[in-house]
Design a protein around this ligand. Structure first.
Ligand code: NDP
Length: 453
């Protein structure tokens, strides 16, 4: 490898994709540096997947305490209290531990960590503070940042970033948005006892998910006490005493103790100096790359949230693996975006892989649908009124399972296994010939025999 540069590769951004790329490239023998201005581990570790899941677990404990009585445990309500600062502090300790592990992983791989904000001064030079380093390849893995709605009072609205460090929980909260983060935080807040209203601008939230999943989630979230207001958006927010007044699109107002928006995330590229070097951008502001993560500038590649592919940690990790092999391995390999499984940690969880019924029909498949709804066994003794939905979308001509969708406890855990089968080309006949694990909810996926009407 060339010695004329300080490094073979400088990665800008130590998030999921950047760290994976840096470590894998170092294992191929490349001299690698990674520049990070905030925290090791990026959004996922610090203000995303990991702390969110810890909060979801925390919120779920409330349900478990309620369910205890049906199993004979006496947990008097007056003995139950919840301390938000304890949850936040314990979460922070865990995140610091993970930050340390990320540092160790990079150190052990021989990757140089440069702390600070990077900008590119030419196609091979990265400047951080007063110092500059050159590299044969530069990869931009700077991720994304929450976008807030551009309405009066925008400065009073919190994003998910701040929610992870709230000093105290409000009594009431308004969540704006109808995607992953909005439903996850609405579930967390409601689970922790906050009177929660979710505002979504369209007819039905979770656009892009299967229609049955979206409708089922409405019922289940409402049972958990989340107020869902569709075809309603926030038009303005103003401070009022210790809380806020939100003006809605229908002209009415509501008072609340907290306003959070989860209205999408934009690519984080400001200040990098990419435009001047000729890097091109998509209309949505993402860095334009080809199938091999190559930007318009030969020495500059980009991956992760910043390129506008699905904003999911495993996607960025996969891209990091592929790009390291392309740059420093045998130069082969492509990222495969088929059958990306995903879970939404709303309550109950959504797990999904493959085509929705709507997508399958739109693509011209003749579709057979199998659907099952039931009360999970765990809730029989506790009497909890929560149901589970499972759905398979099957190509009627080839018998191939095109999509698997679930709303219910541990949906992500269950769908992960199905994703392997579906990636391997599983047909409905394969599902039918697979024995169930009894008694589980998951076995329903291999025992659905009658097509939905
Ligand atoms: P999403 O793109 O999932 O959802 C954004 C939501 O905000 C949509 O309902 C959208 O409505 C709505 N919206 C957009 N602009 C406005 C506006 N100006 N006013 C009101 N509503 C608006 O974004 P999130 O912020 O929820 O999450 C970002 C991404 O992060 C996700 O797409 C996902 O890829 C990733 N993520 C993954 C998680 C996981 O794997 N569990 C968890 C959290 C995030 P409409 O549908 O009408 O456009």
């Amino acid at each position: 490898m060339s010695d004329t540069h300080d490094f073979d590769l400088i990665v800008i951004g130590a998030g999921s994709g950047g760290v994976r790329l840096a470590r894998m490239s170092a294992q191929y023998g490349a001299r690698v540096a990674v520049v990070e201005s905030r925290y090791l581990g990026g959004t996922c570790v610090n203000v995303g997947c990991v702390p969110k899941k810890l909060f979801v677990y925390g919120a779920h404990v409330g349900d478990d305490l309620e369910d205890a009585a049906g199993y004979g445990w006496q947990v008097p309500k007056e003995h139950i209290s919840f301390d938000w600062p304890t949850l936040v502090a314990n979460k922070n300790t865990e995140i610091e531990r993970l930050n340390g592990i990320y540092g160790q992983l990079l150190d052990n791989a021989g990757v140089t960590i440069i702390e600070g904000t990077a900008s590119l001064t030419d196609a091979n030079t990265v400047k951080v503070g007063e110092r500059s380093w050159t590299a044969r390849h530069i990869t931009v893995a700077t991720g994304s940042w929450p976008m807030l709605p551009d309405i009066p009072g925008k400065e009073l609205i919190l994003s998910s970033n701040e929610m992870f460090y709230l000093p105290q929980l409000p009594r009431e909260a308004v969540v704006i948005g109808g995607g992953y983060i909005a439903v996850e935080f609405a579930g967390i807040l409601a689970g922790l006892g906050v009177d929660t209203t979710l505002l979504y601008r369209g007819d039905l939230f979770m656009r892009g998910f299967d229609g049955d999943v979206r409708r089922f989630l409405v019922t289940e979230m409402e049972k958990k006490g989340v107020r869902l207001r569709f075809n309603t958006n926030a038009e303005a927010v103003e401070a009022s005493g210790s809380g806020y007044i939100v003006t809605l699109t229908d002209g009415s107002t509501m008072s609340t103790g907290l306003v959070m928006a989860a209205t999408g995330r934009q690519a984080l590229t400001e200040g990098l100096g990419l435009e001047q070097l000729g890097v091109e951008f998509t209309v949505s502001g993402h860095i334009q790359v080809d199938d091999h993560f190559q930007t318009a500038v030969p020495s500059i590649t980009a991956l992760g949230d910043v390129i506008g592919t699905p904003q999911l940690t495993p996607v960025a990790l996969g891209q990091g693996m592929v790009l390291s092999r392309r740059l420093f391995g045998d130069g082969q390999g492509d990222m495969d975006y088929s059958f990306i499984p995903t879970a939404v940690f709303c309550q109950p969880n959504i797990g999904t892989v493959g085509a929705t019924e709507e997508e399958a029909r739109d693509k011209g498949h003749r579709v057979t649908v199998f659907r099952s709804e039931f009360r999970p066994m765990k809730y029989t003794l506790s009497g909890r009124d929560e149901r589970c939905l499972m759905k398979l979308v099957v190509d009627a001509d080839t018998d191939r399972v095109l999509g698997a969708h679930m709303v219910g406890p541990d949906a992500g855990e269950i769908i992960q296994g199905l994703a392997v089968a579906m990636k391997a080309g599983a047909t409905k006949a394969h599902f039918d010939s697979t024995l169930g694990i009894h008694p589980t909810s998951a076995e329903e996926f291999v025992t659905m025999r009658t097509p939905a009407g």
